[in-house]
Design a protein around this ligand. Structure first.
Ligand code: F3S
Length: 388
């Protein structure tokens, strides 16, 4: 691997022991994956921030690091809303440990914006190199924005934040971004299909394509629907990049190469079968964290109503702060809009038996991560179930 003189100096320890270790980690990763060099990144998004996932040993590792991020860097969702953890019913012992994790990241210069949707806070551009680690954020960055990031682990994203570079392999290279399988969707080309339908499509398609790069035809989703699709495909498969013909930036024009690929056909009936009517004792939406337009849509549906079961909405603090009117309407119904956390990483959700979501990713993760049954429905159905 070819390193610049600056890289070599960091590796020799001239910028301190922590950066030396971080550079060592990046170089080792680069060698494993055949990178020829490191590439400068515009931003990092660091996972492994919930005490529920990193635990005592992860915290000890973070505590002994001593350097500051050199590029804008944010955190993935943590186990609780920082300002409202008591209200959410988080155990004080968990909260104490979670605060320690947060303090450790703050010391490292990571912004305490804990979200899987960093793209609503600071814009990335097509072609930007990034080191993001949350799978849905990675899928959105690559597919919807046209930026370039591999799916980093927590330590490698943190290393990239502290060094400002990442190994240049995988999805950083144009040649690795070509479609590998064609997915034709029947019966979902019309307007008006819900975000949940596209989440369910991603849930189903992820199982079919595995870790290949799919090229979709037959659909025209908007960014919120692309977000839902990608998040779910990253959860049930290992998709970090997908293309939609005529929609996503690297597939604006039909790709002739796609016609030579294996074609998988997905029908509307297959998607509809994922929508069940099992009874639930809570509703949780905002996986990935809500966009401003999703918050506005939820507010419209809940306006003037009262929820009869717990109703959680998750969004980044930045999006909440900029959409206070919608948030106030949602909370007047008794629903709660929480920042920093989500239905999968918060231990609070483990108290429910069955949770209704409008997300294909949450449909996949809730059973394992929360020990609850999961049911997918449109946001309209979620409001109906919670209020009637
Ligand atoms: Fe985000 Fe949590 Fe879903 S991290 S993508 S809201 S599981």
């Amino acid at each position: 691997m070819e390193l610049t003189p600056g890289d070599e100096r960091i590796l020799a320890g001239e910028s301190g022991e922590t950066r030396r270790q971080m550079m060592e980690l990046l170089v080792a990763l680069g060698k494993v994956f055949g990178a020829e060099r490191l590439v400068a990144i515009k931003s990092a998004q660091v996972s492994g921030a919930s005490y529920k996932t990193i635990g005592k040993y992860g915290l000890e590792w973070l505590d002994q690091l001593d350097a500051k991020a050199v590029v804008p860097a944010v955190l993935n969702p943590i186990g609780m809303p920082r300002g409202r953890w008591r209200e959410m019913g988080v155990d004080p012992e968990f909260a104490k440990n979670q605060e320690l994790v947060i303090a450790a990241f703050e010391r490292l210069g990571i912004r305490l914006e804990c979200t899987c949707t960093p793209y609503y806070l600071a814009a990335s551009k097509p072609g930007d190199h990034l080191a993001w680690s949350e799978s849905s954020a990675v899928c959105y960055a690559n597919s919807v924005i046209g930026a370039r990031t591999n799916r980093e682990g927590g330590p490698s994203a943190l290393a990239a934040a502290l060094v400002g570079k990442t190994p240049c392999y995988g999805l950083h290279l144009a040649r690795n971004r070509r479609p590998q399988v064609h997915v034709h969707v029947e019966g979902m080309g019309g307007a008006g299909l819900s975000i949940a339908h596209f989440g369910a499509l991603g849930y189903h398609a992820g199982k079919l394509v595995g870790n290949r790069i799919p090229y979709f035809t037959g659909i025209r989703p908007d960014p919120d629907r692309l977000k839902a699709m990608g998040a779910a495909m990253a959860a049930t498969g290992a998709v970090a990049l997908f293309h939609v013909e005529g929609v996503t930036p690297e597939a604006v024009r039909p790709d002739p190469a796609a016609s030579g690929l294996e074609t998988i056909t997905v029908t509307r009936e297959e998607i509809d079968r994922l929508f069940t009517d099992i009874p639930v004792d809570a509703v949780a939406v905002g996986c990935p964290h809500c966009s401003p337009s999703e918050l506005a849509g939820i507010a419209d549906l809940l306006d003037g109503k009262r929820v009869k079961i717990p109703f959680y909405v998750f969004a980044s603090q930045g999006v909440i702060d900029r959409n206070r009117t919608a948030v106030a309407v949602i909370e007047r119904s008794g629903a709660r809009v929480y920042a920093d956390t989500c239905m999968v990483v918060s231990p609070v959700m483990e108290r429910y038996k069955a949770i209704m979501v409008n997300s294909g990713k949450a449909l996949a993760y809730v059973p394992n991560m929360c020990g609850a049954l999961s049911r997918i429905g449109t946001i309209g159905d979620c409001v109906k179930v919670a209020t009637e």
